[in-house]
Unconditional design. Structure first.
Length: 87
């Protein structure tokens, strides 16, 4: 409808599977990595027993291995203006 080719678009998602799907379709992708691997490792070291929420976050920090990777990784929506300005 807008006559914009996929490479001229950018998909933003905090869900790894959505980011992989958008990249496989040909879109530019920015993955919002809400929990950094470093922060997750620190959270895991804080306790001998991991609560379910920490385990869920640990799974969400892993990018799915589907043969594609996001073009950009950001940690918060506040980083979007700088990303758009660079594009």
């Amino acid at each position: 409808m807008l006559h914009v080719r996929p490479p001229r678009c950018c998909s933003f998602s905090a869900n790894p599977w959505d980011a992989c799907g958008a990249k496989a379709f040909g879109l530019n992708v920015a993955w919002i990595e809400r929990v950094t691997p470093e922060a997750m490792a620190l959270a895991c070291l804080e306790s001998e027993t991991l609560p379910p929420l920490t385990m869920f976050k640990a799974l969400r920090t892993q990018m799915d291995e589907l043969g594609v990777a996001p073009d950009h990784r950001i940690h918060a929506l506040s980083e979007l203006p700088d990303l758009v300005a660079r594009s």
